[in-house]
Design a binder for this molecule. Structure first.
Ligand SMILES: [Zn+2]
Length: 136
């Protein structure tokens, strides 16, 4: 069980929402999204829903670790997925390091692609027409 204050739990529960689809498989992410929405409603907050929120977010190792990095190590929310992939190179996280990431060589271009098999041909960036390069 996590030991965070109600305020911290609410802050983290709001911050984690956009990342649930990356942290969990689709059915779990959808279930959690629905529950979070309910628990973060004003009426629920007044009734002290943080205990339930805390339980919900500690059900899965990935969400538990997300919260820990966010609340205890003050990681910016947008950097946590990257940090978690370093922690769990072989986990069920989609796009883990098992599938190497390829990016456009043009700086600030956001095109990326994950090579799922050795046979997969490396694509070109649809914006710049350049072959993607492995992300180091
Ligand atoms: Zn590009």
């Amino acid at each position: 069980m996590m030991n965070y204050s109600a305020g911290e739990i609410y802050r983290a529960a709001r911050a984690i929402q956009p990342y649930l689809v990356d942290l969990l498989n689709a059915p779990n992410a959808q279930r959690l999204e629905r529950k979070l929405e309910g628990l973060l409603s004003e009426a629920s907050l007044k009734q002290g829903s943080h205990t339930e929120l805390s339980q919900l977010l500690s059900e899965h190792e990935s969400t538990r670790d997300w919260l820990r990095l966010y609340l205890e190590e003050s990681y910016p929310a947008e950097d946590i997925l990257k940090a978690l992939r370093i922690y769990y190179p072989l986990s069920g996280l989609e796009h883990s390091v098992e599938s190497p990431r390829y990016v456009c060589p043009v700086e600030n271009c956001n095109q990326d692609w994950y090579r799922q098999s050795r046979e997969a041909e490396i694509p070109v960036c649809p914006v710049h027409g350049l072959k993607l390069i492995i992300d180091s």
